[in-house]
Design a protein around this ligand. Structure first.
Ligand code: S3P
Length: 439
């Protein structure tokens, strides 16, 4: 999608209280599990971003009846399984959507063809297709398992699968396929990744056995699970809350509160890291919602210092490194981010685009194959760049936040893509006092 650009400029303090949009990971899973289940699933607080809407359309194509009942309120009538779609499934920009749906669809005797936008068509699907093939799925498609591809499911064998990379998407695809595999399935996870699929499968009535063996998680789904419709209250997305919160930290005089942020410790590595950098980030009003801890987070303008981010923290903040790099550009000293090679296979090559965007704004960055180092002076960087986002929503939002506190504003080229994960981002930031206008 190409639209007019968007630019942000330095302005006054940001102040106010906002609500984080619904969590993207949980929103996708609500749609998919609701469609796989028998009976009615009701969802409140669904993220109505383009990615999740693509997943909702896909679930309709596989036979679920889905209705929007109000803002963020959806009803899914699951058929207890998928039927064969009569058209190509277009998952848009959504890696989570397509990988989880392929896993879910593999359990049924059907053929389905998947595609997506140009970014998604360039992303690796082999990481999901390889384990699905071991379970008995066949597929036909382009070189190295890129979309578009056609998958033929049914008659799956169970297996024990050790994840070759820290990926909740791969884990989830195998677990969803495992719902219909003979003998059930086990996923061995050397590095813990977000556990929303496990928690939500339990919420839909499945038996999920998680054991820690010498620090390695073994997740087992015995054969013969039945899912029943339920109610899901989607908590606020920590990955989206990150943007107004970092803005609050770097714009002088600011105080920004984001309410209802999910605090699952497999998602909150950014907040821990910011606190280590000296951020005045206070979590209050901690409570439970739909099996997840949520809280309100207040960020006040802070003098930040560079830190070394432990590589083992990466899975708990993998989508947050671009916005962490913006905070690092305002910190004094080096912020070292290593062990993040997975960033190169997200919606864009996020190591390279974050480095390029910061360099265009006068920030010192050293790029490495699996990481990068940002050196700040403790003063606002120059800014003034126009950032190429390659259609990546998080690259766009991160650099717009940079422009709110740099000496000169920052423009991004494809702001339309922000709606994949954070529709209403520009209005929410303007409501806090940010200067955002068409470029
Ligand atoms: C997600 C997992 C992560 C993350 C993505 C959402 C999920 O991807 O980057 O935005 O909902 O499971 P990987 O599993 O590929 O790391």
């Amino acid at each position: 999608m190409t639209a007019a650009g968007l630019k942000s400029g330095p302005g006054g303090a940001l102040r106010g209280t906002v609500r984080a949009p619904g969590d993207k990971s949980i929103s996708h899973r609500s749609m998919i599990l609701g469609a796989l289940a028998t009976g009615t699933t009701t969802v409140e607080g669904l993220l109505e971003g383009d990615d999740v809407l693509a997943t909702a359309r896909a679930m309709q194509a596989f036979g679920a009846r889905i209705e929007r009942e109000g803002v963020g309120r959806w009803r899914i009538e699951g058929q207890g399984g998928f039927s064969e779609p009569t058209d190509v499934i277009d998952c848009g920009n959504a890696g989570t959507g397509v990988r989880l749906i392929m896993g879910a669809a593999a359990g049924f005797a059907l053929c389905a063809t998947f595609t997506g936008d140009s970014s998604l068509r360039g992303r690796p699907m082999g990481r999901v297709l390889d384990p699905l093939a071991r379970m008995g799925t066949t597929w036909l498609g382009r070189d190295k398992g890129r979309l578009p591809l056609t998958l033929k499911g049914g008659n799956l064998r169970g297996m024990s699968y050790r994840l070759p990379m820290a990926s909740a998407q791969v884990k989830s695809a195998v677990l969803l396929a495992g719902l219909h595999a003979e003998g059930g399935v086990e996923v061995i996870e050397p590095e813990a990744t977000r556990d929303h699929t496990e928690r939500m499968l339990r919420g839909f009535g499945a038996e999920v056995i998680v054991e820690d063996k010498d620090g390695v998680r073994h997740i087992r789904l015995p054969e013969g699970q039945k899912l029943s419709g339920t109610h899901v209250a989607v908590p606020g997305d920590p990955s989206s809350a990150a943007f107004p919160l970092v803005a609050g930290l770097i714009v002088p005089g600011s105080e920004v509160t984001v309410e209802g942020v999910m605090l699952n410790e497999l998602r909150t590595g950014l907040f821990t890291t910011l606190q280590e950098m000296g951020a005045d980030l206070v979590i209050s009003n901690v409570r439970m919602a739909s099996g997840e801890e949520v809280g309100d987070i207040t960020a006040r303008h802070s003098a930040l210092k560079g830190v070394v981010v432990p590589p083992e923290r990466a899975p708990s903040m993998i989508d947050e490194y671009p916005i962490l790099a913006i905070a690092a550009a305002f910190a004094e000293g080096e912020t070292v981010m290593r062990g993040v090679g997975e960033m190169r296979v997200k919606e864009s090559d996020r190591i390279s685009l974050t480095a390029n965007g910061l360099i265009a704004c006068g920030v010192q960055v050293v790029e490495e194959p699996e990481g990068f180092i940002v050196t700040g002076t403790g003063q606002p960087p120059r800014g003034g760049g126009t950032v190429t986002t390659h259609g990546d929503h998080r690259i766009a939002m991160s650099h717009l936040i940079l422009g709110m506190a740099a000496q000169q504003g920052v423009a991004v080229d494809e702001p339309g893509m922000i709606a994949t994960s954070f529709p209403g981002f520009a209005d929410l930031m303007r409501g806090l006092g940010a200067d955002l206008s068409a470029a």
